[in-house]
Design a protein around this ligand. Structure first.
Ligand code: ATP
Ligand code: MG
Length: 631
């Protein structure tokens, strides 16, 4: 095992040599002329002068050694379909899609918006865009017309690829009417709309604009579309952040840096090998879907599972049955999904043979200790928390198992990943906090490593002003998360910088209070926000989901539970952190990707407009809170 500290040090101090080596994990048509051009900070150009192609690396280059090996495993428990595409078959399908896009006039640099359910054609579409140098913009299929319209407006796509419908819990969810409405709302109009007809919902086609995939595919069964060799800095895609804190930002990713970053992460962090199977339970609409359903595993020559369906249908064992069936070695999910499974029969975790699975990676939100312990004990497999953002495209903090035999620590996503010069900054002075156990804003000194965002799509100014600050002579990228680093270099994420509340001069992380409250045996989930208070500046307000609702049926029982929760917080954190009120709800407002929408709760509590709610999962959740505070 390499000495990880040395590996990390080298990635920063001998940056170009380090990344020149990693670059050999992918194929290049022309080798890069320069490894990192950082002459115009904070804009970093990785592998300038090099020519490559993401689709070539994900598909074509495997045809020589593994043409018949599984590449894409599509499983839908919604429509009861299961289909395995070999690399050879995937290559053929991607070329057909690429041929159709070209026929519709798509050229290198054009944008193609993909608004699709989790079906194989969505993967073909992404890879086909990469193949011809079109810039894809995948919009999560669960979004309605308003969110979709703003993304169409921002990406101005020449073509939109969609389907008749998605499906959730066995019920078809029509996409086409939402798409038509979104196009109507947007001032930008696509030339063409390409539609996959799954036979779930009838579609009205607009003559001249709308085209069905099946006949065009048939026409192009044998059309050869070679990969377009693209400069390493050519944008591969744009993707909007989850929208937890405000207006979603269009993250723009490059080609060469992303390919290298993913290939290296598969090797050093995920330890996935060619010929094995990767299963990320995310959606292609999110960054995990881009990096670890589609590009990362395929670049590594692994088969990847694309799963359409709920984690608990037909039962809570469905994911584990897939791990057994396809001998999954690497799995990636989110704490929110594990919390869903936690409400199911724990025996389901033991029903299947999971011996192939080396580790379950979890990211996207804080991994609380009870959830981590429950899943790790249940599976008997290592759990690896890792921390990153849509912006970075791959982990910032993790234990890089391929090059580091250090243990994981509960509550910590691990240490700074190679390539990331992670700093903690003092919130007021902006100065670096060098000592251990000091709380600061997690920041990354530029240049960001390969694979991270190049800029905000169409808005360099927003990129610089949103993310970057200068500390004497250097530029640093802010993650907008609080963190702390212990003496061993492990980081602990303490919440978002806008999730801190100030009670009578005491600064408290909403997350700490939430963790304390979650310790109550009858609390399933809780959100804490700071609410303006004339006397104290701010007070904490808690909204909790109870496990056993029969214990809170009337005011007296609610007050009793509220008092118990308050006592718990008093004991854990002190009376200063005690919420002014603890109210009980059946569901909490979350984004579509399962993140708590604290800012919306806070706005409602302060009687303000909650702002952009386009990424919210269930509007009824916020209504419950509104009703509670007005009574
Ligand atoms: P927006 O930027 O639009 O407000 P978002 O930050 O939720 O939305 P993402 O990029 O999907 O969008 O999420 C990244 C954020 O998720 C991180 O900045 C951090 O707050 C949180 N996060 C991700 N992984 C972890 C983790 N392992 N532990 C704690 N927090 C995490
Ligand atoms: Mg963010």
């Amino acid at each position: 095992m390499t000495n990880y500290a040395e590996f990390h040090r080298r990635s920063l101090e001998d940056r170009d040599a380090f990344w020149a080596e990693q670059a050999q994990l992918v194929d290049w048509k022309t080798q890069p002329k320069q490894i990192c051009d950082y002459s115009n900070p904070p804009f970093a150009k990785w592998f300038a002068g090099g020519f490559t192609n993401l689709c070539h690396n994900a598909v074509d280059r495997h045809l020589k050694d593994r043409p018949d090996q599984a590449a894409l495993i599509f499983v839908s428990t919604e429509t009861n379909q299961e289909k395995v595409y070999s690399f050879h078959e995937l290559h053929a399908e991607v070329q057909r899609m690429a041929a159709v896009l070209k026929e519709l006039g798509v050229q290198k640099g054009d944008r193609v918006l993909i608004y699709m359910p989790m079906i194989a054609e969505a993967a073909f579409a992404m890879l086909a865009c990469a193949r011809i140098g079109a810039i894809h913009s995948v919009v999560f299929g669960g979004f309605a017309s308003g969110s979709l319209a703003s993304r169409i407006e921002d990406a101005s796509p020449k073509v939109i690829i969609s389907a008749d419908a998605g499906s959730r819990g066995g019920k078809a969810v029509a996409y086409k009417p939402l798409l038509d409405e979104a196009i109507r709302l947007s001032s930008h109009k696509p030339d063409s709309v390409l539609l996959v007809d799954r036979g779930l919902v009838a579609m009205n086609l607009l003559a001249g604009r709308d085209h069905l995939w099946a006949p065009l595919r048939q026409k192009n069964l044998n059309t050869v579309v070679p990969c377009e060799w693209l400069e390493a800095t050519h944008p591969s895609y744009t993707l909007y952040t989850s929208g937890t804190t405000g207006k979603p930002k269009g993250v723009q990713r490059d080609t060469g840096g992303y390919a290298v970053a993913l290939a290296a992460s598969l090797k050093h962090i995920f330890c996935g090998n060619a010929g094995e199977t990767y299963f990320a339970t995310s959606d292609i609409g999110w960054v995990v879907g881009h990096s670890y359903i589609i590009y990362g595993p395929l670049i590594a020559g692994m088969a990847t599972i694309m799963y359409e369906g709920l984690p608990i249908r037909p039962d809570g064992g469905i994911w584990w049955s897939l791990v057994e069936k396809y001998k999954v070695t690497v799995m990636f999910s989110a704490p929110t999904a594990i919390r869903v499974l936690k409400k199911q029969d724990p025996a389901l975790l033991k029903k299947y043979d999971l011996s192939s699975l080396r580790a379950l990676f979890l990211a996207g939100e804080p991994l609380d200790q009870p959830t981590a312990q429950w899943i790790s004990a249940g599976l008997g497999r290592p759990i690896v928390d890792n921390y990153w953002q849509t912006e970075t495209g791959w982990p910032i903090l993790a234990i890089c198992k391929g090059v580091d035999d250090a243990p994981t620590k509960f509550g910590s996503p691990g240490k700074a990943v190679y390539g990331y010069n992670v700093k903690l900054l003092d919130e007021n002075t902006g100065e670096e906090l060098k000592g251990a156990n000091q709380k600061g804003v997690v920041a990354i000194e530029g240049p960001l490593p390969p694979g991270c965002l190049q800029t905000v799509w169409g808005d360099d100014t927003r990129f610089v002003s949103t993310y970057w600050t200068t500390i004497p002579g250097r530029m640093v990228y802010s993650t907008f998360d609080w963190g702390i680093r212990d003496e061993d270099g492990y980081y602990f994420i303490l919440g978002r910088t806008d999730d801190v509340i100030n009670v009578a001069g005491h600064r408290l992380g909403t997350l700490e209070i939430e963790e304390s409250i979650s310790g109550h045996p009858n609390i399933a989930e809780v959100a804490v926000v700071g609410v303006a208070d004339q006397l104290k500046g701010q007070v904490a307000m808690a909204f909790a989901v109870v496990k056993d609702t029969s214990l809170v049926t009337d005011d007296a029982s609610r007050l009793k539970l509220e008092a118990e929760v308050m006592k718990l917080v008093d004991g854990d954190l002190g009376a200063v952190a005690r919420p002014a009120r603890v109210r009980f709800v059946t569901v909490l407002p979350k984004t579509r990707s399962g993140k708590l929408l604290r800012r919306a709760i806070q706005a409602v509590c302060e009687n303000r407009d909650p702002g952009d709610l386009t990424t919210m999962e269930d509007p009824a959740a916020l209504q419950q809170i509104k009703d509670l505070i007005t009574t």
